[in-house]
Ligand binder design. Structure first.
Ligand code: HEC
Ligand code: HEC
Length: 295
């Protein structure tokens, strides 16, 4: 299984490189000082760093763009030499609340996740030692003696990503009306909890399938074919289009993928609800009708 492969890789990389640990301001190797602000700061610098990619132009933020809730507004990205299919980029806001990562749940930690783009051809595409070498002399590594190692780098990236919070919802009459509608339609059977996701995998009735088998890639169980994780909703409006491959350009299409047909008035209720969940609304933003960032 792919995720076993990466788990083993991380373990190997961690034990191999821990011996030449980087320390930040103290003699404690940062890898055991997980909450430090220095860690988050280092992770942030690395997240925006392009120097460690093969062509010198790719960073995590290249795809996970801060202005779109650390996602983007394209349908799909990625797809790499490890056979990971191209997919709609998930937002990283609130990512620490998720127990499995990626649309198929094939990755279980942020540290493990970071290794995939870092070393995949088509993303960063360099072997670990080489990519780290390219960071030598960077100002933000001045406290990092003697060298940054891979374990520290992925741990710092993880701590930074954990610091990215979900948007604060705007609670007003549109939020309340939306929530009542949402509950009445049993959306919470799957979109439940703080992220509005049960963390489970479902194949929606009306979803258009492709060569991407979804959860099946991980479990190999036929009933998991074309099943994808229930996405978090507070960031949905900030990074359209919707669904694992961006096949739904609007909420009407997203609902059709669920096998559901709603009137324009109901779609409007849902739209306002998703905007409020994302912290957007008439009260906060003086322009009367909030527009999604892609229009
Ligand atoms: C080429 C575009 C691209 C780059 C560069 C990229 N990512 Fe991603 N990222 C994606 C895509 C696409 C997915 C979804 C993959 C899937 O579901 O299989 C993803 C998924 C993730 C996830 C899982 C989120 C979730 O909610 O499940 C995390 C975490 C993540 N990326 C972090 C990073 C970090 C850290 C970097 C930099 C080291 C990075 N990404 C670089 C495109 C990219
Ligand atoms: C059976 C579980 C289930 C139920 C019930 C359900 N959803 Fe979903 N929802 C999903 C899954 C799974 C996806 C992603 C499917 C995919 O990408 O193939 C999804 C995707 C979405 C998306 C797109 C989010 C994004 O960012 O891409 C929206 C919006 C959404 N659902 C809203 C709703 C609403 C509103 C209801 C109630 C009318 C509802 N869902 C009921 C499981 C469910």
């Amino acid at each position: 299984m792919l995720f076993m492969h990466w788990n083993r890789f991380l373990k190997f990389a961690g034990s191999f490189l821990a011996m030449s640990g980087c320390t930040l301001g103290s003699n404690t190797p940062v890898a055991s000082d997980l909450d430090s602000a220095a860690y988050v700061e280092l992770g942030k610098s690395l997240f925006f760093e392009t120097a460690w990619s093969k062509n010198g132009a790719v960073s995590c933020a290249h795809c996970h763009r801060p202005e779109f809730a650390y996602s983007d507004t394209l349908s799909m990205a990625g797809g790499n030499a490890f056979g990971v299919p191209a997919r709609n980029i998930p937002s990283l806001l609130g990512v620490s609340l998720k127990s499995t990562l990626n649309w198929d749940g094939g990755v279980r930690s942020l540290e493990e996740q970071a290794l995939i783009p870092l070393h995949a051809e088509g993303d960063f595409g360099l072997p670990p030692a080489e990519s780290l070498k390219r960071l030598q002399g960077k100002d933000y590594l001045s406290k990092c003696k003697p060298n940054l190692n891979l374990k520290t780098a992925v741990t710092a990236l993880a701590r930074f990503q954990e610091s990215l919070q979900l948007p604060e919802p705007l609670i007003d009459k549109d939020y309340r009306a939306g929530l009542v509608w949402f509950k009445n339609k049993n959306c919470q059977n799957c979109h439940a909890g703080p992220t509005f996701s049960d963390g489970q995998f479902h194949r929606l009735k009306g979803v258009k399938t492709s060569t991407d088998l979804g959860r099946y890639r991980i479990t190999g169980m036929p009933q998991d074919s074309f099943a994808f994780i229930t996405p978090a909703l507070p960031t949905s409006w900030l990074s359209p289009p919707f669904l694992h491959d961006g096949q739904a350009k609007n909420l009407h299409e997203a609902m059709q993928a669920h096998g559901l047909e709603f009137s324009p008035a109901e779609i409007q209720v849902l739209e306002l609800f998703l905007q409020r969940l994302a912290g957007m609304g008439a009260k906060k933003n003086s322009s009367a009708t909030p527009q999604p960032p892609f229009l």
